[in-house]
Structures are given as C-alpha cells and as structure tokens.
Design a protein around this ligand. Structure first.
Ligand SMILES: CC(C)[C@H](C(=O)O)[C@@H](O)C(=O)O
Ligand code: SF4
Length: 423
C-alpha cells in the first residue's frame, strides 16, 4: 500500500485497503474557521429541529478553531460570526481557539503546521478546501463541506472512497530562482484543474527530499486547484524536526511500502524548471514568466496560506532588499509567529524600507473578502492559489498567480518580471 492507503487502513481498522474501497475512517483532528464554523452551526440547528442531539461533541480536544477569513471584521455579519465562533468554543469546551487580537493566530492552514496541530499519519479534516495543505506533514488531510464536518464533530468519523494516487516525481534540486509554487503551477498547467479529481497527488523524488517542509506545503496547498482529494508527501526527518521544534512529541511516521503502486507517475527535471505564472482566469492557464503578457500591474499581493509562510517572506525580502516598489504592494504574513520571526530577522524593515505595507495575518484579499480587494479593471500579481473571475475583488479585475520571488520582482518594476532579470 502507498502512504494514503496505509493511513486510511489504520484509521478504518483494516489490514488492507485499495483505491475505490469505501471505508469509514476515525478522524484524528478537525478544524473550522470563521466561515465554516457558523455554517456548521446552521447544520446543528437543523439537526436539533429534527430531534437529533447536538449538545456534545465527540471529542472537543480533537477540534480546533481559527479566526482567519474575515478578521479584523470589516462589517457586521463577520463581526457576528466571530461571536458565534466564540460561543461555539465556550459551549462545547473547545480549548484550541486561535483568536484574532490575542497572541498567536493566523490562517488555519498555516496554524496547522506552525502550531503543530496535525501529526504525520493523522486523518485531518477541515471546513475549508485548502485543508489539503497539511498533507505535506505526511497526514491524510482534506476539506469537507459543512454537513460532513457536522457529522465528524458529532461522531468522530466519516466515510471516504479510497482515492487512487498520482505520483509526481521531481528529479534534482530546484534552481535558486524557482520555487515550489512554480512546480505546482507547471503540474496544474499540465494536468488541468480537474486533472487530480478525487485523486491523491503525492510528491516524491530527490527534489522533494531536498525541499523544505514549507515548500512541500505550497505543493500540497494547490492540489486543491487540480481538484484533488488530497496532497501528500512521505514524512521524513525534516518533518520530525519541524514539528518537534514547535513542541510536538511522540511523532509516529507512517510511510508507504517501497513497492507501492500508483495509478500514474509524472516526472520533472528540476534543472529544466523556470519561473511560471498562471494568467487570468484559471490556475491551469500557465506560461513561463519570460512569455508573460506585458501588462501594467496595479498591485502585488504577498499573502495567503499558499504564499506567506516564513520562507515565502524570505524570498520576497531577498528581492526587495535595497529596492523600492513601483506599485501598491501588500505583505500579509500567514501567522503571528511568522510575523514575529520576520520582525526579529529584519524582514519587516526591508519591506517597510521598500515602501510595502505589512498587514495582519488574515486571508485578507486572497478570497476578495477585505483588506485590499481589487477594483474593476485592476490587475494584481499574487502569491495566492486561485484566480477565477472576481476571486480577489471586482469580477472584472484580474489576478496573475506567481511565486513570492516573481511577485516581489514584479512589485519593483510594475510589470510581470523574472527575478533573474532585475538589475
Ligand atoms: C471561505 C472558504 C470556505 C474557502 C475555501 O473553502 O477554500 C476559502 O478559504 C477559499 O480559499 O476559497
Ligand atoms: S488564505 Fe486564501 S486560500 Fe488560504 S484559506 Fe484563506 S481564503 Fe482560502
């Protein structure tokens, strides 16, 4: 069995599972945020009306909550949602609630690794489509809709059809100017936004072994954009070190058999990789940066669970050091812990000296919610993961997806720029 089959076999108490088997898996962790939490509570209300008891969760210690999408609240509905979320955690005895304005908080998929909320081998589900991100720790991680999350909260388990697995192999280490973001855009460009539909996308090979845990997180994050059920990387010593340095103990790795089979294998040579962007209006609409259209950018956005981890900020700082931005540029670190490290290591000074605005750790403009959404006809280069019409604001705005290196280089010139071409 491969790693996903092993995790799902363990979680369903079976010795063997195979693609297409339908299983009931015990869940190890579940997450809701300020959008999905209130949505799940609506499901609870409906259940209550049907006489189904919703007064106790299966295990409040396995549930955690993040305030990330609409904080700080810009209007009344999202302010009310934060109150609902606070009452939810109080009423059900959930201790792990990352509150905006109180110590550590940030984007849910960033807290999952920064706060070691999820362990290798876990079955982890969340009320958000990019829950896939956390597969980079060697967990089976996927997003669920409100009804399914409600079911998990009450019963601690959920059904899955065991996905078949596509294996993406990277040979060799990525060159300095190429990031994990470029690789995943290339993959999505090749297989399409439905190319991973209900499949596992597993990443491996010497190039992935060489990669930091944070880069692997970027890969798994965007498996959602290929329609995948989940993304995963076999956990190694790097994952153990990453999680132990964040306080985790008793880390048990589950790995696939060395002779495990995959539905399909795709191979990439790292030395041939180049910086890539996805043009409006789909993550599959890719081209190399050298062939990007010559558009006048209005904004560069370095934020989100995809593109504002510490390593992403370091990449941006490498470009922005001693330079000035030519267009409106916003950097929103993905969690307070990242913000703090950026401050301690002088990145914030580099950003402010370059003329960038640094905002709080929130989803912000990534999903067009608030804090810098785009006006009609505005064009943005962004380290986020989606660029559908209206994703970051007005339906007639445009978003180009790029790595933090490309987004920062483009901030300096006002045009889509290959970091290698900066003078
Ligand atoms: C609002 C939320 C439910 C949504 C998701 O599920 O992905 C958001 O995070 C996104 O990126 O579009
Ligand atoms: S940062 Fe963007 S992609 Fe990530 S959870 Fe928030 S809205 Fe979704």
């Amino acid at each position: 069995m491969n790693i996903v089959e092993k995790i799902l076999a363990r979680a369903s108490g079976k010795s063997q599972v195979a693609p297409d088997d339908v299983i009931f898996a015990n869940v190890d962790k579940v997450m809701v945020h300020d959008v999905s939490g209130p949505g799940v509570l609506k499901v609870f209300d409906k259940l209550k009306k049907q006489g189904i008891a919703v007064d106790k969760l299966w295990d409040p210690t396995k549930v955690w909550v993040a305030e990330d999408h609409f904080v700080p609240s810009a209007e009344k509905v999202s302010a009310e949602n934060i109150v609902k979320l606070t009452n939810f955690t109080k009423n059900y005895g959930i201790e792990k609630h990352f509150k905006y304005g109180m110590g550590q908080y940030g984007i849910c998929h960033t807290l999952s690794h920064e706060e070691a909320m999820v362990m290798p081998g876990d079955v982890y589900v969340g009320g958000d489509s990019h829950t896939n991100t956390t597969g980079a720790l060697g967990a089976f991680a996927c997003g669920l809709g409100h009804t399914d999350v409600a079911y998990v909260l009450l019963n601690g388990r959920i059904w899955f059809k065991v996905p078949e697995t596509y294996y993406f192999k990277l040979n060799g280490k990525l060159p300095d100017h190429v990031m994990a973001k470029d690789l995943i855009l290339k993959i999505i460009g090749e297989i399409g936004t439905d190319g991973g539909a209900y499949r596992t996308m597993q990443f491996g090979g010497s190039g992935i072994d060489e990669m930091s845990v944070e880069s692997r997180l970027t890969l798994c994050n965007m498996t959602t954009e290929a329609g995948a059920k989940n993304g995963i990387v076999e956990p190694d010593q790097k994952v153990v070190d990453y999680l132990s340095s964040r306080g985790a103990t008793n880390i048990n790795l589950i790995n696939g058999d060395t002779d495990a089979e995959y539905a399909k294998t795709f191979e990439y040579e790292a030395s041939e990789m180049e910086p890539i962007i996805a043009k409006p209006f789909s993550p599959e609409n890719i081209c190399v940066v050298g062939e990007a259209p010559s558009v006048e950018l209005d904004k560069s956005y370095i934020g989100s669970c995809t593109g504002a981890k510490y390593e992403d900020l370091e990449a941006a700082a490498k470009i922005l050091k001693g330079r000035k931005v030519k267009i409106r540029t916003e950097i929103l670190p993905a969690a307070i812990s990242i913000y703090q490290r950026a401050m301690e290591n002088g990145l914030l000074k580099i950003f402010l000296d370059a003329g960038v605005t640094v905002g709080p750790p929130t989803c912000g403009a990534c999903c067009g919610a608030h804090m810098g959404v785009l006006a009609k006809d505005e064009i943005c280069i962004s380290t986020t993961n989606r660029n559908f019409p209206g994703r970051m604001g007005h339906v007639e705005s445009q978003t180009y997806l790029a790595s933090p290196l490309v987004a920062a280089a483009s901030a300096v010139t006002g045009k889509i720029t290959d970091p290698r071409d900066l003078k």
